[in-house]
Design a protein around this ligand. Structure first.
Ligand code: KIV
Ligand code: NA
Length: 266
């Protein structure tokens, strides 16, 4: 299967929905890849993999290591790597240095960065220099300390207008897709209508041009998840049950059995 391209994703606007999930490891990428159009190495790995309280302490080193693993584990999907907090906001030049390192070390197709109007010059700087960019507007977790939490955005008229402006700004600056996270549904629909690139929703609307979720969330790895997560499995429960059985079998010496042990040749 040939790998999809950024222009192929762009061309999906208003057509078949784009299927996107997060991946942080090679094996998970292998499992998701045949079913997805895009894989996101999200900085959500800070919480999901590293147990951090937010995405703020995620580093470029982490993103490069996990990004390279996901590219190695996939053949079909467009792989996008999140730019971590502190690696791009200071200037377009800083962003280019970080993004070019990500591209070189991982082999990914592009990067994603959070922010709207303020980041538009940076989006233009990167895209004009050969680095495809996905924007991210609405609930932007790297700004949690400014936003005051992870609640849905766009309930006031001012915030609604601001977020539409943010989406337009990054799209007009050259972003090939925009993630709209945690926005009230009418706002998500407005953004879809206002920007010319695909809008990928998470906690947004079924009318978006695609959907993304954190894979561990949709697999039911966590007890508590945001309202917008649909649990397609109960992996936490199934892992607990399997490990409980393993522990029982070890303690009763039922494991390893004959099938799992080596015997001398007769
Ligand atoms: O880090 C992440 O996983 C993300 C998605 C939830 C959009 O940014
Ligand atoms: Na992210």
């Amino acid at each position: 299967m040939k790998r999809l391209t950024v222009p192929a994703i762009q061309a999906r606007k208003g057509k078949e929905p784009i299927v996107m999930l997060t991946a942080y490891t090679a094996r998970m990428a292998q499992l998701l890849d045949p079913h997805c159009d895009m894989l996101l190495v999200g900085d959500s790995l800070g919480q999901v993999i590293y147990g951090l309280p937010s995405t703020l302490a995620v580093t470029l080193d982490m993103m490069c290591a996990h990004g390279a693993a996901v590219v190695r584990g996939s053949y079909h999907s467009v792989v996008i790597i999140d730019m971590p907090f502190g690696s791009y906001e200071a200037s377009p030049e800083q962003a280019f240095a970080s993004a070019s390192r990500i591209m070189a070390e991982t082999g990914a197709a592009g990067v994603k960065l959070e922010g709207g109007e303020a980041m538009a010059p940076t989006v233009a700087f990167l895209t004009q220099r050969g680095i495809p960019v996905v924007g991210h507007v609405g609930l932007t977790p790297q700004a949690v300390n400014m936003l005051g939490g992870y609640g849905a955005r766009g309930r006031s008229n001012e915030e609604h207008a601001k977020i539409v402006g943010d989406a337009r700004a990054v799209a007009e600056a050259g972003a090939f897709a925009v993630v709209a996270e945690g926005v009230i549904e009418p706002l998500a629909r407005t953004i879809v209508g206002e920007v010319s690139c695909p809008v990928i929703g998470i906690g947004a609307s079924a009318d978006c041009d695609g959907q993304v979720l954190v894979t561990e969330d949709m697999l039911g790895m966590f007890e508590r998840t945001p309202r917008f997560v649909k649990k397609f499995d109960d992996m936490a429960g199934r892992i607990s049950a399997a490990v409980e059985t393993y522990a029982k079998d070890v303690r009763s010496r039922a494991f390893p059995g004959v099938e799992q042990t080596y015997q001398p040749k007769p």
